[in-house]
Design a protein around this ligand. Structure first.
Ligand SMILES: C[S@@+](CC[C@H](N)C(=O)[O-])C[C@H]1O[C@@H](n2cnc3c(N)ncnc32)[C@H](O)[C@@H]1O
Length: 281
């Protein structure tokens, strides 16, 4: 985040960056869209100020922690149920965020880019069946997009080993061609709809249209871009992880975004990577 924002950072409080209005940051987990300051003398005044706006307030504490906690305790409790999959609709009630910049100075935003606290959806994880935690990337992506492959759709999963994404796609009922030079986990049960191809994904030539193309291949962004270009006309929907090594290749992000209808986001489970997607309207 710090690298992407560069000199646009006005103030930084741990993971909270204050930047000019309208600043774009692809790595941000949650953007406080309407940040306001409020100075107050008492805890009850602070509580009243937030309660009058709306019900849900998430404390992103960066300072004056004890006082902030005393305020949060007097706000309506947040008890989100762990999310299930396939996804339920996104929460409709706005989740505001707030923090104390000092004992008597609050920063808050009633509107945030994510409906989840700190932009981190919490799933009821499956710690038994999937062969890797990477399955959470697709659970999160599909939940945020509110779109996922349906039964019988043709799907390519490139760079699929050990099979976390393939496991998700299989459970959705898709017909999956799972491609990697490394094998799928033998401990995981896949249905007969999953076919595995022991090949480099870059050697694969488009021959017929697919409904979805996924890539979680470890490779340089430029290599992934070439692959996306090759498949663009052949895949109705594309979801790819752009992986970075060392300093983030910011120019590569812009290059991906030149593809019409595409977007990038940093999923809460993404590490030094972004998820690029182009979904059919
Ligand atoms: C992060 S892992 C994928 C995890 C997977 N999505 C899952 O859910 O389990 C990246 C994979 O990219 C694969 N990979 C690297 N180069 C590749 C290539 N040229 N073709 C296909 N797969 C490749 C690696 O073998 C590795 O299994």
């Amino acid at each position: 985040v710090a690298q992407e924002l560069g000199s646009r950072v006005l103030e930084q409080h741990e993971r909270l960056f204050l930047v000019p209005d309208g600043t774009i940051c692809h790595f941000a987990q949650n953007i406080w869209l309407e940040a306001e300051e409020f100075s107050f003398a008492s805890i009850s005044q602070a509580v009243k100020h937030l309660r009058e706006r709306q019900r849900n307030w998430w404390l992103h504490s960066v300072g004056a922690h004890r006082r902030a906690q005393l305020i949060q305790e007097q706000l309506p409790p947040l008890k989100p149920k762990p999310l299930s999959f396939p996804p339920a609709p996104l929460p409709s009630a706005p989740m505001g965020s707030w923090t104390l910049l000092s004992e008597g100075r609050m920063l808050f935003s009633a509107r945030c880019s994510s409906p989840f606290a700190d932009g981190e959806p919490q799933f009821a994880e499956n710690k038994v069946d999937p062969p890797s935690r990477a399955y959470l990337k697709l659970w999160e992506f599909f939940t945020l997009a509110q779109k996922w492959p349906g039964a019988g759709e043709k799907v390519l999963d490139l760079g699929s080993s050990p099979g976390g994404w393939t496991w998700v796609l299989d459970r959705l009922g898709a017909d999956v061609l799972s491609v990697d030079k490394a094998p799928l986990s033998e401990q995981t049960k896949f249905s007969a709809r999953v076919r595995y191809l022991d090949e480099s994904a870059f050697a694969l030539k488009p021959k017929e249209k697919v409904d979805w193309l996924f890539s979680d291949i470890i490779c340089y962004p430029d290599r992934l871009f070439e692959l996306v270009e090759r498949w663009r006309e052949w895949a109705r929907n594309m979801v790819c992880t752009i992986k970075f090594q060392g300093p983030t290749d910011l120019a590569a992000i812009e290059k991906f975004l030149t593809i019409p209808g595409s977007s990038v986001r940093h999923l809460a489970v993404n590490k030094h990577e972004l998820t690029w997607a182009r979904l059919a309207p």
